[in-house]
Design a protein around this ligand. Structure first.
Ligand code: GLY
Length: 559
């Protein structure tokens, strides 16, 4: 009897299941979603799927990510219960210097950090593929890279988005013989449905499949990369490639409305800014008693919290291997309470009235994917090619399109970058340093929910992810997280950006009366999210309707 009494409650406990059983994927391209699914159906886990998805996106979304780029992977390992941030951000080459983008008079030359080989940092994605496979996956790279190798060899079709972004960079692509041959059609913007084939990239991926990270960072391919970059006027050395390492870092964790929010650590500013905004908003919510996120007061408070977090981001954040940052203070409740004291319920703060630091947005052409396997491992990964098609240079004989992530450094503290804005000392260029990022792969968790989300969008990434987190805490379905209209403020320029549909005329007038300047912008972002509602076992995935991605929930077949 005693045994029954002990066992019965255990058997009856409707404890949240420890694994979803099914798998879910959301990515920015149907071929990447299919690649992840193929690998999960071959017996891989979420980390193997992350390898397949990353490599396939590198082939089919050359305007948003690639082997020449970098990114951040937020990983949850079900067996250990551990969260890890894999930092695969690019590093500045050893010959980089603080003034490398300034002319003889000390004026910034913005094109140098955006177009051409001087804009390229040392890539992190190939090392991330190897690290994910070695440390977290269970399938060999020869299996997980296979869908991407096929996509590179057999090709993919040009879409509306491809045409829009290649059109934006057409001149740059046409000027580089490698990029012109691959990404244009006889020097012109390819038609819808035109097939882009990348045989050199297929070979590079094959090399990584066989040799792992050394296939990229050492040996013949490394030689080709360095020769190609230097011939084009760049400064890469063999030692930069050989010395590149991904870093496992502790994510930033905050608590809000009973949820745990886990996000990217520096050199991303995402987790710190999201924590600071949520903490400040939480104080204001308690002060108000009850707060509707979409009411005028809720939006005003959200904007005021954003304003202060972006100011601090600009002043304090950079690469943790180079800069001391007051992270504990910035993410503490005590600090948020102090910020909230200065926030009026009726009046907008002028950014210029806060201590004067200026912000520097990142390039928007980045990608995100979210994946969860049946065992409860999950990955949120945000990967970046900074401007569409990066630096526009494809290194001959490699298929590797160079990125222009170096523009995410402050070109000259106190002097405007390509957007006319200036950054602070913490993010100045230094050899080997990683540029500050806004990429914010994020988990939002409670006893009832595991949410996995993220988006591209440069400096707007942080506020979009915040919007997704708020929607999750309101219990909205995952398609609302990704589709809901967005609101953004980044301290400077001092204005709110909103998507059409968020504010009605009365709300807009009320916010303007408070002193806010409002700009209505077309849709931004391309969020990809997965949600596992543990109470009823529901698994959901959603791909942002603003993009061309695809979400899937399925029961992986036994291999
Ligand atoms: N290049 C976009 C970011 O790092 O935030």
């Amino acid at each position: 009897m005693a045994l029954v009494l002990v066992l019965l409650p255990v058997g009856l406990v409707q404890a949240a299941p420890t694994a979803p059983g099914q798998a879910a994927i959301a990515t920015a391209h149907p071929m990447a979603t299919a690649a992840g699914r193929e690998v999960l159906e071959a017996g891989g886990n979420a980390f193997d799927a992350a390898v397949a998805i990353t490599a396939t996106l590198a082939v089919v979304e050359p305007y948003s990510s690639g082997l020449g780029g970098g990114g951040f992977y937020l990983l949850h390992d079900a067996a250990s219960g551990r969260d890890v941030m894999l930092d695969a951000r690019e590093r500045a080459p050893g010959q980089a210097s603080r003034d490398m983008y300034l002319d003889d008079e000390g004026n910034p030359q913005p094109d140098l950090s955006v177009d051409g080989p001087l804009a390229a940092g040392i890539p992190g994605i190939p090392a991330a593929l190897d690290h994910l496979a070695e440390e977290f996956g269970r399938l060999p790279l020869s299996t997980t890279l296979d869908p991407a190798i096929r996509a590179a060899r057999d090709g993919f079709q040009v879409t509306e988005m491809y045409r829009r972004l290649a059109g934006f960079r057409e001149e740059l692509l046409a000027d580089d013989p490698g990029s012109r041959t691959i990404f244009l059609d006889e020097g012109k913007l390819p038609a819808l449905g035109h097939v882009i084939r990348q045989p050199d990239l297929a070979e590079t991926l094959e090399r990584i499949a066989i040799e792992g990270r050394d296939g990229f960072y050492q040996g013949e391919l490394a030689g080709r990369l360095v020769d190609g970059v230097r011939k084009a006027g760049g400064i890469w050395c063999r030692s930069d490639l050989a010395g590149y390492r991904v870093v496992e870092r502790e994510p930033v964790v905050s608590r809000f409305r009973g949820f745990e929010v886990v996000s990217a650590a520096p050199p991303s500013s995402g987790g710190v800014a999201i924590a600071q905004i949520l903490n400040t908003y939480g104080v204001l919510e308690r002060r108000a008693g009850e707060l509707d996120d979409l009411s005028v007061l809720g939006l005003h408070y959200r904007v005021e919290a954003m304003r202060r977090a972006y100011r601090d981001r600009a002043e304090y954040l950079g690469d943790p291997d180079y800069v001391d940052m007051p992270l504990e203070r910035l993410t503490s409740d005590h600090y948020a309470a102090g910020l909230a004291v200065g926030i009026s319920p009726t009046d907008a703060t002028r950014s210029a009235s806060l201590a004067p630091v200026v912000t520097e947005p990142e390039g928007p052409h980045t990608t995100h994917f979210s994946v969860m396997d049946g065992e409860g491992n999950y990955v949120a990964a945000t990967l970046s090619i900074n401007y569409p098609f990066g630096a526009g240079v494809t290194v001959p004989g490699t298929g590797v399109l160079l990125n222009d992530e170096m523009d995410d450094f402050s070109q000259k503290p106190g002097v405007p970058n390509v957007y006319g804005l200036v950054g602070a000392e913490a993010n100045a260029v230094q050899p080997g340093k990683r540029p500050l990022s806004s990429m914010s792969p994020t988990f939002v968790r409670s006893d009832e929910l595991v949410g996995v989300l993220g988006t591209p969008g440069g400096s707007r990434i942080i506020t979009m992810v915040l919007g997704g987190v708020l929607a999750a805490t309101r219990g909205e379905p995952v398609d609302q997280w990704v589709a809901g209209p967005r609101i953004h403020h980044q301290y400077l320029p001092d204005r709110i950006e909103v998507e059409p549909g968020l504010l009605d005329a009365d709300q807009r007038a009320e916010l303007e009366l408070m002193g806010h300047r409002i700009e209505v912008n077309d849709g931004f972002g391309n969020m990809q999210a997965v949600a596992w509602w543990r109470e009823d076992g529901r698994l959901e995935a959603a791909s942002d309707p603003r993009g061309e991605g695809q979400a899937a929930v399925f029961a992986p077949k036994a291999p």
